[in-house]
Write a protein that binds this ligand. Structure first.
Ligand code: HEC
Length: 122
């Protein structure tokens, strides 16, 4: 391989590695769903239907995201809850809480999650 070719090869494999790393975070075409699964599902269960293990861990029946109680909240209220937390719930993070890669959810990701949560309405 020529020097120039070698460089090209190295650059393109770096690009593949970089995007390959991002893929697990956004596996679906619906970004809100991916963000939901990465940041809410652990405690709120698949499709917001709840998770009994989390209920017993937090010693509270965690509000079901498909319920009227949650769906009647405005987008602004939901955004405040997601980015700022509420009572026993801390500000939402992307990725498993124990992961060194978890970071606070961005306002854009919060908007996507809210769009997805709206699709869960019973
Ligand atoms: C680490 C666990 C955990 C994660 C992750 C989590 N929540 Fe929660 N959530 C809770 C708990 C616990 C409560 C109930 C808080 C209480 O009543 O003290 C709650 C309550 C809520 C409520 C009801 C608030 C209210 O006013 O009663 C909404 C809405 C909500 N969560 C949305 C979300 C969304 C959307 C995400 C993802 C962006 C998310 N939560 C991520 C644990 C979590």
């Amino acid at each position: 391989m020529e020097k120039g070719e070698q460089m090209k090869f190295r650059t393109s494999s770096a690009v593949v590695l970089f995007f390959g790393f991002l893929l697990p975070v956004y596996p679906s075409a619906l970004p809100g769903k991916a963000a939901y699964n990465a940041s809410c599902r652990n405690c709120h269960g698949p499709e917001g239907k709840g998770d009994r293990m989390s209920d017993s861990f937090y010693k509270v029946t965690i509000p079901r995201l498909n319920s009227n109680y949650v769906q009647e909240k405005s987008d602004d209220e939901l955004k405040k809850i997601i980015t700022g937390g509420v009572r026993k719930m801390g500000p939402a993070k992307m990725g498993a809480p124990s992961s060194p890669h978890s970071r606070k959810i961005t306002p854009e990701q919060a908007d996507e999650v809210i769009q997805y949560v709206r699709t869960l309405k019973k």
